[in-house]
Write a protein that binds this ligand. Structure first.
Ligand SMILES: Cc1ncc(COP(=O)(O)O)c(C=O)c1O
Length: 422
């Protein structure tokens, strides 16, 4: 895989398009995605039988369309995500199923859609099995198993172990199979996802846990899913996971199961972050530069309403400066980067627990652009209207052309469903 992290902390272009050109046509803040990077990341994982995109990471229908055109299938965790997948051209029918609904509950709308479209379901609770089985017995299903351990880049993204709400507890698998049998549901798949932004050490442990659960299910099993969780290097010293080594672990497990069960076992991977994080940039403008005691602040026009990862998890994002006047400054300054919101936590340079920290960035002037990088995953999708800020525009760069894939939200769209009672 290729790595395009900037070492100078200066940037003038995104995917070959000058930042000044993008900003001239679109008011800041806005997201920009580089299609080539998304395609490259899908290709990285082609050894797996199925790359199933966890669209929660970035569910713009244009991004889903790119995934579909490049052979990825899709995961949906809500009725809205099912409808998005359909809007991007994914169809319900197919083997392997193009759309899989993965959740720990059915809300009313999701259950209705799943039944109406006959979608494959990855059940994270026995209650889901019962609710599905009562309405439509005789289906094939996948079970999401919580293997009893988990790991993520933050405790909030750890989706395994006894403090996590996700999946069917591993020792309850047998009981779940009985519930499935009661409704004539055939368990054909097993899935484990232990957390988002984890590491190879923890991901590798899942392989053994999967083989153990597969023993309980037996030879009706046709698919195992490694889940998502592949990290990307946000910091300079971080590295990519050795994908070949990771695939080999899963492939070996799959072959052992194939030998034992005497049938083909399909191997899926379900990445979100890995496919889109590095493709995305959040472009903001520096609107104030001020000193508070010993700290210098760059205040930009994007806030945690646009990118919530720093305030939610203390996440680190690489940042670069693009000078409006074109004069590159070699001088660096330790700065705190904050947004426009009326909330002290609206700081992009913070650690977990809300501790504000500084970042060495080039000296900048008002009107220069600050570019927050590796922002494609869990960025725009977590946007909100806090402080009545509109959702930012999303742009896609494809073959050197800029496409608006979501226009900036208008005031009318933001308030359109609100009513003052008579
Ligand atoms: C069921 C499931 N699959 C896949 C993912 C994608 O995770 P990631 O973006 O870390 O690859 C998630 C996110 O936590 C998830 O809950």
């Amino acid at each position: 895989m290729s790595d395009n992290r900037s070492t100078t902390r200066l940037r003038t272009q995104i995917a070959g398009i000058p930042v000044a050109q993008l900003s001239a046509a679109h008011p800041t803040p806005f997201y920009v995605y580089d299609q080539a990077k998304i395609v490259e990341r899908i290709e990285d994982l082609k050894a797996f039988d199925v790359v199933r995109y966890a669209q929660k990471a970035c569910s713009n229908i244009a991004v889903l369309d790119i995934c579909r055109r490049h052979g990825a299938l899709v995961d949906a965790v809500s009725a809205g995500e099912i409808l998005r997948a359909e809007a991007a051209g994914f169809v319900a029918d197919g083997d392997p199923p193009p759309i899989v609904y993965t959740a720990d509950i059915f809300d009313q709308q999701a259950l209705e859609l799943v039944l109406d479209r006959n979608l494959h379901v990855n059940c994270g609770s026995t209650d889901m099995l019962e609710q599905l089985g009562k309405k439509d017995p005789g289906r094939s299903v996948t079970l999401r198993i919580n293997p009893g351990f988990g790991h993520g880049h933050s405790q909030k993204t750890n989706t395994g172990g006894s403090q996590s709400k996700h999946g069917i507890w591993h020792t309850e698998l047998e009981k779940s199979l009985q519930v499935a049998e009661q409704y004539d549901l055939k368990v054909v798949g097993l899935h484990m996802h232990i957390g988002s932004g984890t590491d190879l050490e923890h991901l590798s442990q899942v392989v053994t846990a999967m083989e153990q659960s597969a023993q309980v299910v037996g030879d009706q099993l046709g698919t195992i899913s490694a889940g998502g969780g592949l990290p990307i290097p946000y910091q300079a010293e971080e590295e990519y996971v050795d994908l070949a080594a990771y695939f080999d672990l899963w492939d070996a497990a799959r072959h052992r199961l194939e030998k034992q069960f005497g049938r083909k076992i399909h191997l899926e991977i379900e990445p979100g972050r890995y496919l889109v994080a590095e493709a995305g940039f959040l472009v903001a403008e520096i609107r104030a530069i001020k000193r508070m005691g010993d700290n210098w602040f760059y205040l930009v026009d994007a806030g945690f309403n646009d990118l919530a990862r720093p305030i939610l998890y203390g996440s680190y994002h690489p940042m670069t400066i693009c000078h409006r006047n074109g004069a590159p400054s070699a001088a660096m300054r330790e700065v705190v980067v904050g947004g426009p919101l009326c909330e002290s936590g609206d700081i992009f340079t913070q650690e977990e627990g809300g501790f504000v920290c500084t970042r060495p960035l080039p000296e900048a002037e008002l009107g220069d652009w600050l570019i927050i990088e590796c922002a494609g995953a869990y960025g725009a999708v977590m946007g909100s209207n806090y402080n009545s800020k509109p959702l930012a525009a999303e742009l896609l760069i494809r073959d050197g052309q800029v496409h608006t894939i979501r226009a900036r939200q208008t005031f009318e769209q933001m308030t359109g469903a609100e009513r003052i009672p008579d």
